[in-house]
Design a protein around this ligand. Structure first.
Ligand SMILES: [Zn+2]
Length: 428
């Protein structure tokens, strides 16, 4: 058993929800650079130690009702590249990810299609796992569901009540008090003005209008049982189910350990989700939740951000079903810097397919050892600079254009292994 609420989690916790199988990662000679990454909270480069030896990575997982669209894929592939870059630099990484396997969007979707919410969650988690395998994403050490963490959430919410950092409404719902004094203070993750916070809170699952709250921004910690909704024993809290932010705060602490080196997710999670996770965890432990917050840009399609509610999903599984090579999808994602917002189009995917074909042709030719070593050095340099994958892909294009008759199989093998280990793209 792992120590409960240990600040430094160990890797002993596999969790009830199974993750997926890991791709093989070839070893590549030499050592890469520890990457300098952009942190939302610092509004600039994160102050990660230059000699970082151990990293704790927590990436917010899916709510399993619309897996796995290209926006999800972009997020998990981006953090996969961070994981690979850290590994290449000799950093020991503990990686945890959650699955919000009970929450309003999942219950609403299950209700709309007349399916049991548990079956819907299970089928979508299955799909997510197989998509991650196809995209050659390295699985987290701990892949943990909200449902299996309910006892831990109940414990955390009860302690927040005892500390005066939470309160219960007449409905039985428990809310976190954003006015709780913590250091760093509420707002230091996202740096938004209050009017911006109020707007985003309403847009992204918050309930500023709920009567009786101390502050409209106070987020739900525990939702008291409602007729027709699943509920669990909450001890003193009464029967109910967990709020989303406290779920991640608890799972991150239990399974990655605090402070996190990086808390990651899509840019739409910066507020309220990551701000609230940080506030909850800091109020509980007195420890700063994360040293850096990394946010991945949004992928759009037909002029809108990809989402179930917009009805414009581009699913990895559908593209693969239509015959697409998952490596062309991965290359397309990496062709965009992880922080940029971009629009998916079919011609972009076709370009990526051609690009991959050119690299595969180069992988069948010879490469001089000098050129191969230069390519590896260049890849490491660019990944070290805030994971600049578009620059890495440009280097590979140049390699594909320049292979001649003077190379060797050994040189080519070095490039192919580096592309596999660092970018997760297999050219064999
Ligand atoms: Zn989260």
């Amino acid at each position: 058993m792992c120590a409960k609420f240990a600040l430094h989690a160990t890797k002993c916790d596999a969790g009830r929800v199974k993750s997926w199988s890991s791709p093989e990662i070839p070893s590549v000679s030499g050592r890469g650079k520890r990457p300098t990454v952009f942190c939302t909270s610092h509004r600039g480069p994160a102050d990660t130690p230059r000699k970082l030896k151990e990293a704790r990575l927590y990436v917010c997982g899916i709510t399993p009702y619309d897996a796995t669209h290209l926006g999800h894929a972009a997020t998990y592939v981006a953090f996969d590249v961070l994981f690979r870059t850290w590994k290449d630099a000799g950093v020991d990484v503990t990686y945890a990810q959650n699955i919000t396997d009970v929450d309003d969007p999942l219950l609403e979707r299950a209700d709309a299609i007349g399916m049991d919410w548990r079956e819907l969650a299970e089928s979508q988690i299955d799909l997510f796992r197989s998509d991650m395998e196809l995209l050659r994403v390295i699985p987290p050490d701990a892949y943990i569901g909200a449902v299996e963490s309910i006892d831990r959430v109940v414990d955390a919410v009860t302690r927040l009540l005892d500390k005066g950092a939470a309160y219960t409404l007449d409905s039985g719902d428990v809310y976190y008090r954003v006015g709780t004094r913590i250091e760093p203070p509420f707002g230091s993750t996202s740096h938004l003005e209050r009017h911006e916070m109020l707007e985003l809170f309403a847009e992204r699952g918050g309930d500023p209008e709920t009567a009786g709250k101390a502050d409209p921004l106070d987020p739900l910690l525990w939702r008291a049982e409602r007729a027709g909704e699943p509920a669990w024993d909450g001890g003193r809290l009464g029967a109910g189910r967990p709020g989303w932010h406290i779920e991640c705060a608890v799972i991150a602490q239990d399974h990655a350990g605090l402070p996190l080196t990086v808390q990651g997710g899509g840019s739409d999670l910066a507020f309220p989700h990551h701000e609230m996770c940080a506030a909850h965890a800091t109020a509980l432990t007195g420890v700063n939740f994360a040293k850096a917050y990394m946010h991945v840009g949004m992928v759009g399609y037909e002029g809108e951000k990809i989402s179930k509610s917009k009805g414009n999903l581009v699913l990895v599984s559908k593209l693969v079903e239509q015959g697409e090579d998952p490596m062309a999808i991965r290359a397309l994602l990496l062709a965009h810097h992880y922080r940029s917002d971009w629009m998916y189009t079919d011609p972009l995917l076709a370009e990526s397919r051609e690009r991959l074909a050119a690299w595969r042709a180069a992988a069948r030719s010879g490469t001089t050892m000098d050129a191969a070593e230069e390519i590896l050095e260049d890849m490491r340099q660019n990944l070290g600079d805030d994971l600049d994958t578009p620059a890495v892909l440009d280097t590979l294009d140049e390699w594909a254009d320049s292979v001649g008759d003077d190379g060797t199989a050994e040189g080519t093998a070095l490039v192919v292994d580096a592309v596999d280990a660092l970018l997760g793209i297999t050219l064999r």
